[in-house]
Design a protein around this ligand. Structure first.
Ligand SMILES: Cc1cc2nc3c(=O)[nH]c(=O)nc-3n(C[C@H](O)[C@H](O)[C@H](O)COP(=O)(O)O)c2cc1C
Length: 219
């Protein structure tokens, strides 16, 4: 009968009633006509198409730390695909990002479960239903800036849906998830994913895996 944006008359010949998806007066009129037609003995089926609105997507914040850009690469794709907000954690004293010092100091900080001071950030956790933690695996655990964030936001994290993703070059992410879950006080994450150096070793397969994670988050 009617549909906004219908291009040509031929499209009406499938004998299906279309309506605009907003409760317009015209739409109501069409529904009344349909009721009349039904009463007059015509066959009538009701099909409701639900369109996802901005508000119906779970309000999500990705809290992440990234030393060399791999975790950030995933965080930005999640933002693009799901509309999530990003909070990048920046330690006041930057970690070494090259050579032996990178592994030595970063590894030590992770093993010692340090909580490095972070640059100030402005976030209202009450605005979010879900928090996703993103981190590179360091010495088979999550990176210390995430530990600081959790410590500083214990109350704010209570009752949130929690998901996580980890970037690594080999292994250790499963152990890291378990330690992170214990640190935030949950049995396991609602959703989680592991990516192997997704930016440094960019591949179609890895991008597809990130896409699948985003899709899973979008429900
Ligand atoms: C200090 C340090 C420790 C690491 N430990 C591990 C590890 O235990 N297992 C692993 O698979 N990768 C390990 N990596 C590699 C990173 O997890 C991996 O390259 C990740 O993709 C980097 O993410 P980013 O670019 O966001 O920093 C380590 C890297 C650093 C710097």
């Amino acid at each position: 009968m009617n549909r906004e944006g219908m291009q040509d008359e031929e499209a009406y010949t499938d004998f299906i009633a279309y309506f605009p998806d907003a409760p317009t007066e015209r739409g109501i009129k069409h529904i009344r006509e349909l009721i009349k037609a039904k009463k007059a003995g015509y066959q009538c089926n009701w099909l409701r198409k639900y369109t996802r609105s901005e508000e119906s997507v779970m309000k999500t914040l990705v809290v992440y730390y990234s030393l060399e850009g791999n975790t950030e690469y995933v965080a930005e794709q999640i933002k693009e695909a799901t509309g999530a907000d990003l909070l990048k954690l920046v330690p006041k004293k930057a970690y070494h990002d090259k050579g032996f010092a990178k592994f030595f100091w970063g590894g030590k900080s992770a093993i010692m479960a340090e909580k490095p001071a972070l640059e100030a950030y402005d976030v209202d956790l009450t605005a979010y239903e879900r928090i996703i933690f993103g981190f590179p695996v360091w010495a088979s655990t999550f990176t210390p800036p995430i530990r600081t964030f959790i410590e500083d936001n214990k109350d704010g994290l209570k009752g949130k849906k929690l998901a996580a993703f980890a970037c690594q070059s080999g292994s250790g992410a499963e152990k890291a998830f378990a330690k992170l879950a214990k640190t935030v006080g949950i049995d396991d994450f609602e959703k989680k994913a592991i990516f192997i150096d997704p930016k440094a070793k960019k591949s179609e397969d890895m991008d597809a895996k990130i896409g699948a994670f985003c899709k899973a988050l979008n429900v």
